[in-house]
Design a protein around this ligand. Sequence first.
Ligand code: SF4
Length: 477
Amino acid sequence: MGAGAATAAATGSGTTVRLPLASAEHERAPAPSPRRVYIETYGCQMNISDGELMAGILERRGYAVAETPGQADVVLVNTCAIREHAERRVLGRVSQLNGLKRDNPDLVIGVTGCMAQRMGDTLLERAPYVDLVMGPDGYRELPERLDALAEPGRRLSVLSLDPAENYEGLEQRRTSRISAWVPIQRGCDHRCTFCIVPYVRGPEKNRRPEEVLAEIRGIAAGGVTEVTLLGQTVNSYARGDWNFARLLAGVACIPGIRRVRFTSPHPNDVTPELVAVMASEPAVCEQLHLPAQSGNNRTLKRMLRRYTVESFLERVEMVREAIPDIALSTDIICAFPGETRSDFEDTLDLLRTVRFDDVYTYRYSPREGTPATRMPAHWFIEDGEAAARLRELIEVARAVQTEINRSEVGRVEEVLVEKEARGPGQMLGRTRRGKVVAFSAPTSLEGAYATVELTGTSGATFTGRRLANGSQPPEPT
Ligand code: SF4
C-alpha cells in the first residue's frame, strides 16, 4: 500500500432518481422527494472509491446525491485511519457538521471507513451527535441501516469484518468522465508493523475477473479511456487461475481503453510475467509506484516488509531493463522505531541510487493497535530528530526529482487533459508517465488527448505547449 493520506471530497452532482409510478392515481399524487445524501471522503484512493460505492448503493435505493451537507438528510464522513492527525481532523469536522442539526434535527450523521472501524463504539461515546458508525465491510447494508435509524433515539455501529465481502455485483457512482478507479481487491494479507489497514479492512479479497472486465467494458463504453486498478497490494491479485498479470493484459485489450495504471503494488509481487505484460501491452502506462518504505535492511525487517534492499533493487533493475523510460515513484517512512542515523542515511542512498521520479515522504506516526507501537520505548525517535530527518528526506527526494524533470524539458508527450488549471486559459493534464503538465488549451479539450511539448518545470510539475495534433474527447458508445 501507499501510506499516503491525501484528502479529497467525493461528492456528486445532485441527481434526482425518479421511482416508477404504478397507476394513474399514483401519477396524480405528488412524488415524494428522495432523501438526499452527502458523502465527504478523506484518505486514499481506495477510500474515495468506497465513497463512490456508497453513493452508488444509495442512489439505486432512491437517494439523491446532495451538493452540500446543508442540503442533505444524511451526511456520511468517510474516514481514513492511517495517521492520527487525519483522525483528529475528522473529529473536528464531525463536530462542525453537528451544527447543522440545529436547523435540521432529523439530519443523520454517519462516520464510515477505516477510522470508524478502528474507533468503533468509542466514536459513538466521544461524539454523541454521531448516529451511525460503519466499517468498510458494512456498506452493502447501508440503506437498511439508515432506515433503522428512523426509530427515535436509535444509534448504530456496524463493525463486523466480513472475509468474503468484496462488493461484487455493486457498481460505484462514478463522478469522473475522464478517468476511472476500479477496485479489484480489498484488504491485505500482509502485516507491516506500522500499518493499520489489515486490522480495519481485513484479509485480502479479490473480485471475479469476469466482473472486473465487464465493469471496465462498461466504463469504456461510457467514453472513459483511462482506468487505474486499485488494491492494497494490487499485484498479489489471484482468483482461480487468474493472476494480476493476466488481468492486467485483459484490461489493456479492452477496446476504448487507452491507458491502464495500477496502484499500489507490493515489490515482492513484481514478477517477470507482470513486467512482460507491462512492457508489451501498449495501453499499460510507463509508470510504477513501488513502495520501498526504507533503504535499510534492519528497518525493513522491523517493518516486516518481507524484502531486502537488494531484492528491491533487483525488481527496479528488472523493470527498467524491460521498460527503460518508466517513471518510478515510492513511499518512504523515516524515523521508524529503532532507525539509527546511519540506517536513515541508507534510505537517502536508496533515493540517490534509484532516482525516483516522485517520493511520498512520511515521518513515522504510531497507530494504536499496530505491532510497531509495542516496540521498546527507547527505539522511538525524539520529535525534533524525526522532523529533521523528514526535512532531509524531502530535500533529497526533491533534488532528484528536479534533476530528472529538468532533463525532460523538451520532450513531446501525449497528455490526457483532465481539468482547468489555475492560470487563465490553462488546462492541466497528465502524461503517460504520470507527470502533470499545465498548458494553454480550451476547456472543450477536457477528456481529450493532446500532444504537448514540455517547455519548463517547477521541479515537480511542468508547463507545456500544445502542438497542432491531438484528439477530441471520445463520445460514449
Ligand atoms: S500491511 Fe503493508 S502491504 Fe498491507 S496495506 Fe499495510 S503497508 Fe500495504
